[in-house]
Design a protein around this ligand. Structure first.
Ligand code: F6P
Length: 334
């Protein structure tokens, strides 16, 4: 049995824990198997570029950020049929029986396409996918993505650091957060760090009310701005500066972007344990010849939530905005 492992989309903490568990679970549960890492994400299946993986190759990487297999974006895979066919051809030529993938939305689409084309070709294989994205925007009703809790931890640290300067200088900080069009990362980072306000991607923001809030505060104000909010940090700064000037405010405004730093660093325990558990579970599914599937996990108490890949692709499987009650809670706890 030949098993391939692939990490796709934006790297995030938890991917290496997934790779380590996939390799070790496979070699333990299926002792006759050989395990290969696909290098640089889906590009590695197109080129093709693989490398054999053993227990030794995965030693000490449970908490390591990034991905030892590498990853590259390959958006053209979504619409170029010739590339999709090449994926299938290379996969079969390599003699892979199963593919274990963690990644973002593009990777879910690629995994599902590969699975479908293999089936249409009469050459069905096990294509197993779990979300790994700091944005937590991949079928998040079915489970929280690997990397999300780690990115929150990183954001929390940065939010605490910036408070020192904000407070010392009586400043407002407009703090950019990744998250693409999802509110999850900025909003949860706001709750965890006690930020004064989070601007969600599709929010109709009342800047005058924000200026009133700033004026009512003694020293620091930290406002997180979602990546997909249509105004830049600089233009929000200009609007707020204007409002504060009209109030003869003593508060200054500065901008800073957490951006790529949110994606780096060590994986948190929650991500390590969930990554370990999901990859182990995938290998059990290969042993039981259970077929392809999407694996999400809210917690580690039970088996991961397993659904067909196509179900995870349905728009209803993902919500980008935060439940109203949670927004009320965040406002109440400021
Ligand atoms: O991994 C998801 C994400 O972090 C998004 O929040 C962000 O828009 C994007 O990746 C940036 O990706 P890239 O590394 O391709 O610039």
């Amino acid at each position: 049995m030949k098993i391939a492992i692939l990490t796709g989309g934006g790297d995030c903490p938890g991917m290496n824990a997934f790779v380590r568990s996939a390799v070790r679970s496979a070699l333990h549960v299926l002792p006759d198997s050989r395990v290969f890492g696909v290098l640089d994400g889906w590009v590695g299946l197109l080129e093709p570029k693989y490398r054999p993986l053993t227990n030794i190759d995965t030693a000490g990487i449970n908490r390591l950020g990034g991905t030892i297999l590498g990853t590259m974006r390959a958006p053209e895979l979504a619409h170029i049929r010739e590339l999709q066919d090449r994926l299938v051809r290379n996969f079969l030529e390599a003699g892979f029986d199963a593919l274990l993938v963690c990644g973002g939305n593009g990777s879910l689409r690629a995994a599902s396409t590969l699975d479908r084309l293999l089936r249409e070709n009469g050459t069905e294989r096990s294509i197993l996918f779990t979300p790994a994205s700091i944005d937590n925007d991949v079928a998040n009703t079915l489970g929280t993505a690997l990397g999300f809790y780690s990115a929150l931890t990183r954001s929390l640290e940065m939010m605490e650091w910036i408070r020192d300067t904000a407070s010392a200088h009586r400043r407002v900080y407009l703090i950019g957060s990744m998250g693409r069009s999802s509110a999850y990362l900025p909003f949860y980072a706001g709750i965890a760090s006690g930020a004064e306000y989070v601007i969600r991607p599709s929010e109709r923001v009342n800047f005058e009310a924000i200026a009133d809030m700033v004026e009512a505060r003694d020293r620091d104000t930290r406002i997180i701005v979602s990546e997909a909010y249509p105004k830049s940090l600089e233009s929000i700064r200009a609007i707020l500066s204007d409002s504060l000037e009209r109030r003869d405010s003593r508060h200054e405004i500065r901008t800073v972007d957490m951006g790529y730093f949110q994606r780096g660093g060590e994986a948190t325990v929650a991500d390590v344990i969930r990554a370990n558990w999901i990859a182990f579970h995938m290998v059990q599914c290969i042993r039981e010849q259970a077929g392809s599937g999407f694996f999400g996990a809210f917690h580690v108490g039970g088996p991961p939530n397993r659904v067909p890949l196509e179900d995870a692709l349905k728009p209803s499987a993902n919500h980008d905005d935060i439940p109203r009650q949670m927004i009320e809670m965040a406002l109440a706890l400021r």
